[in-house]
Design a protein around this ligand. Structure first.
Ligand code: ADP
Length: 202
């Protein structure tokens, strides 16, 4: 495990089923930074039956996006917490350009730019296959065929422009995601080390 690493601000992008959640959890563990997943936060709110949970439950089930003002406020609050002060790995946010601009602004305010943006690339057909398998294993409310199609459609329409947005920063690294979990993680580890060396050098 790498030691003495702090302030790695990692963003993971990629379609549904590309393994963002799995890889984010592994990065969080290896680098001792919190895994911040908007999807997990919304699901936790639903499970806890909070006001937020009641509000977002039907939105999640249908595969639509939660309104930006709710999602952005949630992330703003989360990144302000103590445990995120030494870095974070963001998964599931930003999902559209408005969210990306809000994130850039938040990070500018606190003077903490993204260290790296990892894009997990995977073909739609493999995404569908993986989600169908996950549906059997986990029974997530949004892994129905209709919600799966809607989520992929929204990914292409709203989230791909976010990829373009971060390509322009020169911090985006593409990772081929149709491989095993350890293979993908090994490549991510190399990319994170390179990003850290660049940060130390600058
Ligand atoms: P997936 O990437 O498989 O769709 P997530 O766990 O990232 O799963 O998200 C589940 C759902 O939570 C999304 O379909 C959406 O309804 C909601 N959600 C998560 N992140 C965001 C976000 N950044 N903006 C709006 N809605 C979001």
């Amino acid at each position: 495990m790498p030691s003495g690493i702090s302030r790695m601000n990692v963003l993971l992008l990629g379609p549904q089923g590309s393994g963002k959640g799995t890889q984010a959890a592994k990065i969080a563990e290896a680098y001792g930074i919190p895994h911040v997943s908007t999807g997990d936060m919304f699901r936790a709110a639903v499970a806890a039956g909070t006001e937020l949970g009641r509000r977002v439950e039907p939105i999640l089930a249908s595969g639509q996006l939660v309104p930006d003002e709710i999602t952005i406020a949630l992330i703003r609050e989360r990144l302000a917490q103590e445990d995120a002060s030494e870095g974070f790995v963001l998964d599931g946010f930003p999902r559209n350009l408005a969210q990306a601009e809000a994130l850039d602004e938040m990070l500018r305010e606190i003077g903490r730019p993204l260290s790296i943006v990892l894009l997990l690339e995977l073909d739609d057909e493999i995404c569908r296959e993986r989600m169908r398998k996950r549906a059997e294993l986990e029974g997530r409310a949004d892994d129905t065929p209709e919600a799966i199609e809607r989520r992929l459609e929204i990914y292409h329409r709203d989230t791909e422009p976010v990829v373009e947005h971060y390509l322009a920063t020169g911090r985006l690294v593409k990772v081929h995601a149709e491989r095993t979990i350890p293979e993908v993680f090994a490549e991510i580890g190399q990319a994170l080390e390179a990003a850290r060396e660049r940060e130390v050098a600058s």
